[in-house]
Design a protein around this ligand. Structure first.
Ligand SMILES: Nc1ncnc2c1ncn2[C@@H]1O[C@H](COP(=O)(O)OP(=O)(O)O)[C@@H](O)[C@H]1O
Ligand SMILES: [Mg+2]
Length: 258
């Protein structure tokens, strides 16, 4: 079966503002992601995780190699790939509902059905009653939930998430993780989720891909064996959780020290 996403021998570097100096971000990455899977990309800060995500999103063109979605080369951003960033990029002049329905409106499809769908996602993300609020009236966690509702609203076949819960407190983060896996289980979107948090990756993913320190390479690729739905408290008590966590932490810390 054609993978949903194929990263084929991709290398990428950035030109520094000092002319002629290039930073190698990715060395040579190949990665196939199956449709409907939940893959976490994990690695030390600066190893090129966001670069991989931005290349798949089509915000950047690979310096070498190619990226395919459904077997077709990525030529730029597209509605088939939703993106959620660490900082929720909300439109401050639109209220909560207006942010969630923005894509439908742009596409000329803001009808009763779209509105009902937006309200459903706001309900799922626990934002009932906040539809008319301005975004600056919301907490950080609520803002990120609006961004999540907006991303799901489009029901993209691929969802690319770059440390979306990194700035949240532990409690909010856990409920967002549960919400994400709930919606993903129902929608069977293909998710690529970037994180540097091993617990988060083990809770969310079917598969964890670990990257080396910059220039990024893939140095570990492991299947996460836990059944779903997962309960966090039960999961962290499993010996296999501890063993996997230890193995991944060891790799990541060794890389971070290099
Ligand atoms: N737009 C850019 N211009 C120059 N260098 C960049 C740019 N984006 C990323 N880099 C560099 O590429 C490397 C990888 O960055 P990034 O993909 O953001 O890492 P991560 O997300 O894993 O923390 C870093 O050394 C970073 O400084
Ligand atoms: Mg990053």
């Amino acid at each position: 079966m054609t993978p949903k996403i194929s990263v084929e021998n991709v290398a990428h570097s950035f030109e520094s503002r000092r002319k002629g100096v290039r930073t190698a971000a990715l060395e040579r990455i190949s990665l196939d992601i199956a449709a409907g899977s939940f893959v976490c990309l994990l690695g030390p800060s600066g190893c090129g995780k966001s670069t991989v995500l931005n290349l798949i999103a089509g915000f950047e063109k690979p310096g070498d190699g190619r990226i395919l979605v459904d077997g077709h080369p990525v030529t730029g951003p597209g509605a088939d790939r939703g993106v959620v960033f660490q900082e929720p990029l909300l439109l401050p002049w639109r209220n909560v509902l207006g942010n969630v329905t923005f894509g439908s409106q742009l596409a000329g499809r803001l009808n009763g059905q779209a509105l009902a769908q937006a309200r459903r996602y706001l309900h799922l993300t626990g934002l009932d009653g906040f539809e008319e609020h301005a975004t600056y009236e919301l907490s950080g966690g609520m803002r990120q939930r609006v961004a999540l509702a907006r991303a799901w609203m489009v029901e993209p076949p691929v969802l690319l998430m770059d440390e979306p819960f990194g700035a949240l407190d532990a409690q909010t983060r856990l409920s967002m993780q549960e919400l994400l896996t709930d919606i993903w289980s129902a929608a069977r979107t293909t998710v690529l989720f970037v994180t540097h948090d091993v617990d988060e990756a083990l809770f969310l993913a079917d598969r964890i891909v670990v990257m080396s320190a910059r220039p990024g390479r893939i140095i570990q690729d492991l299947a996460v064996p836990f059944d779903r739905p997962r309960a966090y408290e039960a999961l962290i008590r499993e010996p296999e959780f501890a063993a996997l966590k230890q193995a991944i932490l060891h790799t990541v810390r060794q890389e971070a020290r290099r």
